[in-house]
Design a protein around this ligand. Structure first.
Ligand code: ADP
Ligand code: MG
Length: 723
């Protein structure tokens, strides 16, 4: 009998590369053709309505019923002209993926005929009765209603035959049940706080938007091999698998030529993404075998995140056509690099100025320093909250695993900027200087920092010339979570900054003196978070501890920061989360954490019991028969010593695995009856998960011992190298 593995390997050999034909050789011919963007709006809407919508989007004010009605009907006309039959509100519940519930445009009329209808009401708000989404106790069943409400700042798009309308998802009582609602709140606070600070330098600035460019790493594996690995399709990662003889040690994959089959897939999903207005720009091989990356041009942050969520969906769907499975898990394979999602972030004014880019004049440089130093201070004050925002069971494998940033939050600035901040810290600020001369006391910042910043790949939060790059986000994460926190803490810091500066001005300081004084103060206060060295090193862990920086390695404890007293204060002050929302989220994240470990532990037991041990026993029986045979025909013991040794080895591993799987199950039973979610998550982490590595070690040893023909699970070399 052939194993699933052998069948899968045979299937892979028959693969052909599907033909991929983009609609045109010029991307500009089809870019954004599937979104209801300004051009389409103009074509399908009366001019006044178009202007009213633009005004609402700009100012964030609500759209009148009348206008909504007109937009809905324009959306319907536009999408039906492209073969669309259904519409859905598209939202981002706390499950981590996106959700949709399709309704048809079709409505039966009273005269027995039917019409196609899409009303303003249906566009603006819906009640998807989504009572089974995680809500952390916010929605008890009697108030189980959840509403989705249109986010006009993110354009509607066509996916398949459905018109999708980006929405927030809130409870009947107005509490956020999704990722988008808190993000929008944080962005609005950021806009106000940053604009206020900008006014010290430039009164013409009316709006500040956060921008985000998300680099997305992923693995590809043939779908037949994927389907032969129950651990992979149930948990997104391999729970067993001996390292392949060849892994990433030759570094021959990184930036290497892209394999043909993968290239076709990339072209295909890029085309679909481009049609959706996702501005994909970059593609390349990553470090690990079968690992790749794509990155778009940065956009306004809310849009960038919607696009990333949509992109993950597109990648998954298009992969099917190519008989691939795309793995977005942070660590599909132990022992080689995992995947991240670098979040490149900056702040950009409506006048087109990047606030994290040094300018030509001393005045611009002071503005740059103000935003730089406030960002550093915010991270210093709330590192634990930022750490919590990237915590997940899958990202735990990555943070600190010697290839991704450590769980210690620190900031890398590059030598030049670091020196400049050191200079500021020790500078003397004279209050008597004339205003014109004052500007000259501001340190000179080379305009082109970009090419001078040495790229420190080991830092979780690195300045890269004109933006910060948060590298600790996991590849499968919704970036809203960390971006909500980042924008909220920086906004709150900017509010404090303004209050501090204004106080000095009121006392009679010149504006520039006041600004520099506070910048200097903050630079000093936040110095400990700055680190230029190797973030992977042991020395840094020790040094960070001395500095009092936290190094929380696992999710259940990292999440404590979400509900700490300090956090409660900043949530309340900014209004981004109510106390109830914060606690609900804490609860949900803990639940997801232990449930995922529970699934991993279960599938581990099943694979061991139903696949691994049986093949070990079968192989052992074969050898026993061989020994018996040799004995029967008169061979002496020394001729089958090796066989005896293998038999003993097999027994040793089988016994170890059997005993430990039993003990792990006992620990699971104990953990399962714990009521408190935090305690339960910790029990799963420290008691249950503790068995994973030892069990795996012995399973992987068996993989090396047993006849290849009967080993049931596709091996790492097959998963990683067969294309
Ligand atoms: P790197 O090689 O440093 O990772 P890239 O220049 O390739 O940098 O940029 C990575 C991502 O950062 C891209 O998505 C890019 O659009 C984005 N990016 C560039 N400038 C900014 C900015 N000012 N704000 C946000 N993202 C940016
Ligand atoms: Mg990068």
């Amino acid at each position: 009998m052939t194993t699933n593995r052998v069948q899968a390997l045979q299937t892979v050999l028959t693969r052909t590369i599907p033909e991929v034909k983009p609609p045109s050789d010029k991307i500009s011919d089809f870019y954004a053709s599937n979104i209801f963007n300004n051009a389409n709006m103009l074509a399908f809407l009366p001019k006044e309505t178009y202007e009213a919508v633009q005004e609402s989007i700009e100012s964030g004010s609500s759209i009148s019923r009348e206008v909504a009605e007109k937009i809905a009907s324009a959306m319907k006309a536009w999408s039906m002209s492209k073969g669309v039959t259904h519409y859905t509100h598209w939202f981002q519940p706390l499950t981590g993926s996106t959700a949709e519930k399709h309704d048809s445009f079709f409505e039966p009329g009273s005269d027995g005929k039917a019409i196609e209808r899409f009303s303003g009401d249906a566009l603006v708000q819906q009640e998807p009765d989504a009572s089974s989404f995680p809500n952390g106790g916010i929605r008890s069943t009697f108030e189980a209603r959840g509403y989705t409400a249109w986010d006009p700042s993110s354009p509607a798009f066509i996916f398949g035959k459905t018109l999708c309308i980006p929405t927030v998802f809130v409870s009947y009582t107005g509490e956020a049940l999704d990722y988008k609602a808190p993000l929008l709140k944080a962005l609005s606070i950021m806009d106000k706080a940053a604009t206020d600070v900008c006014h010290y330098f430039d009164k013409n600035i009316k709006k500040v938007s956060a921008s985000l460019g998300i680099e997305q790493e992923y693995f590809l594996v043939d779908i037949a091999l994927f389907n032969a690995r129950p651990d992979l399709y149930l948990t997104g990662r391999t729970l067993f698998g001996h390292a392949s003889a060849k892994g990433q040690q030759l570094e021959d994959h990184y930036f290497g030529s892209i394999p043909d089959r993968v290239y076709a897939y990339m072209q295909d999903f890029e085309t679909e993404a481009l049609k959706l207005g996702i501005p994909l720009k970059t593609r390349h091989n990553e470090v690990a075998p079968s690992q790749f990356e794509c990155a778009p041009i940065y956009e306004e942050i809310n849009l960038a995140i919607d696009h990333n969520q949509l992109l993950m969906d597109v990648m998954d769907k298009v992969a099917k056509r190519h008989h691939f499975k795309v793995l977005l898990h942070e660590k599909p394979y132990a022992g080689i690099n995992g995947s991240g999602k670098h979040n490149n972030w900056s702040l950009i004014t409506d006048t087109g100025k990047n606030l994290l880019s040094p300018g030509k004049t001393p005045k611009n440089n002071l503005m740059f320093l103000a935003f730089l130093v406030n960002t550093i201070k915010a991270i210093y004050e709330h590192a634990d909250l930022l750490r919590a925002s990237i915590a997940s069971v899958s990202n735990d494998h990555r943070l600190g695993a010697n290839e991704a940033p450590p769980a210690i939050i620190s900031i890398f600035l590059g030598e030049q900027l670091n020196d400049i901040l050191d200079e500021i810290e020790t500078s003397k600020i004279s209050k008597k200087t004339k205003e014109a001369e004052m500007w000259h006391s501001i340190p000179k910042i080379p305009q082109i920092l970009l090419d001078n910043t040495d790229r420190n790949r080991t830092s979780p939060f690195a300045f890269t010339g004109n933006k910060f790059e948060l590298r600790a986000v996991g590849s499968s994460a919704n970036s809203s979570n960390p971006m909500t926190i980042l924008n909220m803490i920086v906004a709150e810091q900017l509010i404090k900054f303004k209050a501090d500066v204004d106080k000095l001005i009121e006392k009679g300081d010149q504006k520039e003196v006041a600004l520099l004084t506070i910048i200097k103060k903050y630079t000093k206060e936040s110095k400990k978070i700055r680190f230029e060295g190797n973030g992977y090193s042991q020395e840094w862990a020790a040094e960070a501890e001395k500095r009092g920086l936290q190094n929380i390695k696992t999710t259940p404890r990292a999440l404590d920061a979400l509900v700490s007293k300090e956090t409660e204060k900043i949530f309340e002050k900014t209004g981004v989360f109510t106390k109830r929302e914060a606690h609900a989220r804490h609860e949900i994240l803990l639940e997801i954490y232990y449930k995922k470990l529970q699934i991993e532990a279960r599938i581990m037991c099943e694979l061991v019991t139903n696949m691994i041990i049986p093949s070990a026993i079968k192989y052992q029986s074969d050898i026993i028969n061989n020994v018996k045979g040799l004995k029967d025909i008169g061979f002496s013991k020394d001729t089958y010593e090796a066989q005896i040794h293998i038999i003993e080895e097999l027994s040793k591993h089988i016994n170890f695995i059997k005993t430990n799987v039993y003990e792990m199950t006992e620990e699971r039973k104990k953990a399962n009856v714990i009521k408190d979610s935090r305690e339960k998550a910790i029990a799963y982490d420290e008691k249950v998960k503790a068995y994973f590595d030892p069990i795996r070690y012995h399973v992987d040893k068996l993989e090396l011992l047993i006849d290849d023909a009967i080993w049931p699970l596709p091996k790492f070399r097959e998963l990683l190298f067969i294309k």
